[in-house]
Design a protein. Structure first.
Length: 275
């Protein structure tokens, strides 16, 4: 059974502060808004860093142009480096989305970055992701803290559960979350790679919940072939740990199809990779 955190209790143990989540069903207001097409005029924001830029350059805007022309719709997609790196650091990990969207929520920007309140007013669909250092992942169950930027499975899960609760507040919007990019086997350790694999399997199998307004695009499976590491055949040797142009051109249409499935209300009944 999948669970979400609609009620949070703040628990303090020593110096650590974290959220405990109680199981709850998806609110009816969220369910009602995710099972039908969003319409013919839909605005999409594609938040990314370098890995996302590779996939974008693989033909994402061209795919949407062709889809719009063939289907007489107007799905407008815009890309943005987020966070921008100035003044907010060039970090787009679970902590950073939690920090901007929850810790500094509101109608004003935080360090020149749009909050979720601002983004959801401007766009119908919000796509967000992490770059491959998200897979530099450890486990530290003795030091769990939602406000920590330490990359541990335990912190990631708390931050993701809080982000899910936050996104459920915007029932008129839909969200697409990429599974995190992987590293080459030569650039990580078996422990880190296994931790990252297990975390994003949890995202797909437990965190992602049928009937809500949040959907997963399983980029990680596409680039790893379902394994622990970025496949060498998909890697750019000139920029290691990034997808190469050929692979990006293959998966850009998969992203486009996944986004369209979500827009059409079929996000829960179609595959996570968009193939």
């Amino acid at each position: 059974m999948k669970r979400i955190c609609l009620r949070t209790a703040i628990i303090i143990l020593g110096a650590g502060l974290y959220y405990a989540c109680a199981p709850a069903a998806v609110e009816d207001s969220v369910k009602r808004n995710t099972t039908f097409p969003m319409g013919t005029n839909v605005s999409i924001i594609y938040l990314h860093h370098s890995t996302g830029a590779c996939v974008w350059a693989g033909g994402v805007p061209e795919w949407f142009d062709a889809y719009n022309a063939s289907n007489q719709v107007n799905y407008q997609i815009t890309e943005r480096a987020y966070p921008s790196g100035s003044p907010y650091p060039w970090d787009n990990y679970p902590y950073d989305y939690w920090n901007i969207w929850i810790n500094h929520a509101g109608d004003s920007q935080y360090m020149d970055e749009d909050t979720l309140e601002i983004l959801t007013l401007a766009y119908d669909v919000i796509v967000w992701k992490h770059c491959f250092p998200v897979s530099d992942l450890f486990s530290d169950p003795s030091n769990v803290n939602i406000i920590s930027s330490d990359r541990t499975i335990e912190n990631y899960k708390l931050q993701y559960n809080a982000l899910k609760t936050k996104m459920h507040q915007f029932s008129g919007n839909r969200f697409i979350v990429w599974t995190g990019a992987a590293r080459l086997e030569a650039n990580t350790t078996p422990e880190q790679a296994t931790n990252a694999y297990n975390f994003f399997e949890w995202v797909k199998d437990t965190w992602d919940e049928p009937g809500d307004n949040i959907y997963v695009w399983d980029f990680r499976t596409l680039e790893t072939g379902g394994g622990l590491y970025l496949l060498v055949t998909n890697n750019d040797p000139a920029d290691p740990d990034h997808p190469n142009a050929a692979f990006s051109q293959i998966v850009a249409p998969f992203f486009g199809q996944r986004a369209v499935n979500v827009i059409l209300g079929n996000g829960d009944s179609t595959g996570l990779t968009g193939e």
